[in-house]
Design a protein around this ligand. Sequence first.
Ligand code: PMP
Length: 285
Amino acid sequence: MSVKVYVDGNFVPKEEACVSVFDHGFLYGDGVFEGIRAYSGKVFKLEEHVRRLYDSGKAIMLTVPMSEKEMADKINETVKLNSLKDAYIRVVVSRGKGDLGLDPRKCPKPSVIIIADTIQLYPKELYDKGLEIITGATNRIPNECLSPRIKSLNYLNNIMAKIEGINAGVVEVLMLNQNGYISECTGDNIFCVRDGKLMTPSECSGILLGITRATVMELARKQGIDVVETNLNRYDLYVADEVFLTGTAAEIIGVTKIDGRVIGDGRPGKVTKQLKAAFDKYVRA
Ligand code: PMP
């Protein structure tokens, strides 16, 4: 059965799902999006994702042309229609069709797209072994220029860092902020563990406030683990007992080498494994 994609009010076969070349999402990256998962037929943290989508839209003065409830219902419907139990869902709201200028007022109707498919970001071996990452020379865009809290269609900043990783033969890249502190990776948030304490860059470090990040912090606190949101630098990661990444697609994955330094004993650590087990249980509860 062909995948059915929601495009502006209709479900169309994947092969026919398209937007105009005059859409400002295409011309300028003018739009917002979400990546969401469904586990065992239930969309995970749907309300939180829809909220973040609408907040991103609000921040760029893009009004999503349906209510949050309607959006949540459409997302559920897209997953059901495609008979998916475990799915990766991409919701895109772009500025819509306009002319060749930047002016968003020339785009009267935002485009809404919902795709439900499957995903495996990293092979299973990498979850067992852990990732090697490097620090990129490309810094995260500062809050003052474009808040990283906006999940916009403009991912070129992250892609520039990703390309550095590809050139260096690693799959993820650590991005610093303009002050030299750790922000996040190109598509994931980052955590480290030292002496049993869990630490992660704070909101002010210039990060996307990840929904997986929030879930992991909640699960850690429930297990009595201290969680601190703070400024971290590369030194903190190099000397950490454990480092791991979180994201909707990646879920929780250990990092075992950064800039050539072996982290901990070079394998995904105890707290990482403990939180991953709690996360796997939680998403299917
Ligand atoms: N940071 C960036 C830059 C991301 O693109 C993402 C999502 N892929 C994350 C962090 C993780 O956010 P979430 O847990 O909400 O998927």
